[in-house]
Write a protein that binds this ligand. Structure first.
Ligand code: 1CP
Length: 390
């Protein structure tokens, strides 16, 4: 077996040094009263915070204009471009958070993995990772390979108001592994799950390899000044609860443990995760993101019940209440102003019931997944205004 990284990064190595924590603290410029940070703590925010997954990107003409001659991944390594694209929706919609313009495969690309983002498709690998040799040869990203992201974040922070936060992010291990193993986007993640079941040792070796890359990508963003991070396990909802627990949760927990010392909120989100919400909360995030299928009050009740059960059973994870994020169906934004107004109000009422029942600390409004490319930007602006009026 060829191993270009003969000394894998150990768990202890993933934790930040005191110096790194101090660097991150010094870089932080959002006010602690920023509505999103207040909602995470369970304080009453000055207005209900809202941002939308994929708020930057194809729904905006100014994005299409900037990206006309630049490849998707190239734009993620151009500090001026990534900063401008991150800021476009924040200015246009008066968002409470900027989501860093990047992609879950950026740390892989930075580390030298042959991956590109193909228009209309998504991330595509030069060669899928399906053997022990390929897992062994997978590089772990070095912070120095992410300088462009650090520089871009500097540009973003200079332009945000102090009540607006910058959210950094990374793909969580199952979702990243799926692209690596399948070689590109997948409908059912069959090859990925087959590896998990038939070659568990290879699966775990891949997870061990990916975990430090995810941690470093998050740490670099936090040390550059990101105020919160979201760990996207977008496709984890394809797993059963049992498989999630065995094959995924331990790695997500390690990732969150490794960024916790910085003290910035961690949001955890996946699609179709109604059945997994309790387990996803048990890996330790401060905020649980919910897709549009489970009402927020029901989701929050599941989370608190599951966390309490876990603790009673002596399992990992701490009890307590998380903040909740979500969960308007992205298709609602295509349905006209009256529907948007009514459905925004419904989502807010469900979130408020969760808070009143003691099942959630606070609410961050979001969609249940990303903005659809065909969405009219004015409908997005209107939805932001409706949320702020709630
Ligand atoms: O040409 C283009 O405009 C490419 C479309 C695009 C964009 C705008 C891709 C390709 N990635 C991105 C940016 C991106 N990706 C952001 C920042 C922008 C924002 O949210 O405003 C973020 C947070 C991501 C994260 C991402 N990439 C996820 C997790 C979030 C989610 O949507 O669940 C995933 C799964 C990816 C993979 C990916 N990258 C791009 C596409 C089309 C896909 C999905 C492919 C698939 O269906 O499997």
């Amino acid at each position: 077996m060829v191993d270009q990284n003969p000394s894998p990064v150990g768990v202890a190595d993933l934790h930040p040094t005191d110096e790194a924590i101090a660097t991150a603290r010094a870089a932080r410029r959002a006010s602690s009263d920023a509505p999103l940070l207040a909602a995470v703590r369970g304080d009453i925010p000055s207005r209900r915070p809202v941002w939308m997954m994929r708020q930057a990107g194809r729904s905006l003409p100014e994005y299409r204009e900037l990206r006309r001659e630049v490849g998707m991944l190239d734009s993620c390594f151009r500090p001026d471009l990534l900063a401008e694209i991150t800021l476009q929706p924040v200015r246009r919609h008066d968002a409470d958070a900027a989501i860093l313009f990047s992609d879950i495969v950026v740390p892989l690309k930075a580390a030298g993995v042959g991956v590109d983002i193909v228009a209309g498709r998504g991330p595509v690998l030069e060669s899928p990772v399906r053997t022990a040799e390929a897992v062994g040869a997978l590089p772990v990203v070095e912070p120095s390979q992410l300088e462009a992201v650090v520089e871009g974040i500097g540009g973003i922070l200079g332009e945000l108001r102090d009540d607006q936060v910058l959210i950094g992010f990374a793909g969580a291990p199952f979702t990243l592994a799926s692209y690596l193993i399948e070689g590109g986007p997948s409908k059912n993640h069959g090859v990925t799950k087959a590896m998990m079941y038939s070659r568990p040792e290879l699966w775990h070796a891949l997870m061990e390899k990916l975990t430090p890359t995810v941690v470093r990508f998050l740490q670099v963003q936090i040390e550059a000044g990101a105020d919160a991070v979201q760990l996207f396990d977008s496709w984890a909802g394809f797993l059963s609860l049992r498989d999630y627990r065995e094959f995924v949760a331990p790695y997500s927990r390690r990732i969150i443990d490794a960024v916790r010392p910085y003290g910035v909120p961690v949001i955890h989100f996946g699609v179709n995760t109604g059945e997994l919400l309790g387990e996803m909360a048990a890996v330790g995030p401060d905020v649980i993101g919910v897709d549009w299928k489970t009402p927020l009050d029901v989701a929050a009740r599941r989370v608190t019940a599951s966390l309490a059960e876990n603790v009673e059973a002596g399992g990992p994870g701490s009890p307590g209440v998380r903040a909740i994020q979500g969960n308007l169906d992205p298709a609602i934004l295509l349905a006209g102003p009256d529907v948007i107004r009514d459905q925004v109000a419904r989502v807010c009422a469900e979130a408020d019931r969760a808070v009143a029942a003691g099942d959630a600390r606070g609410h961050i409004f979001n969609l249940g997944h990303g903005v659809l490319p065909e969405t009219d930007p004015d409908a997005i602006t209107r939805a932001f205004a409706e949320v702020h009026g709630q």
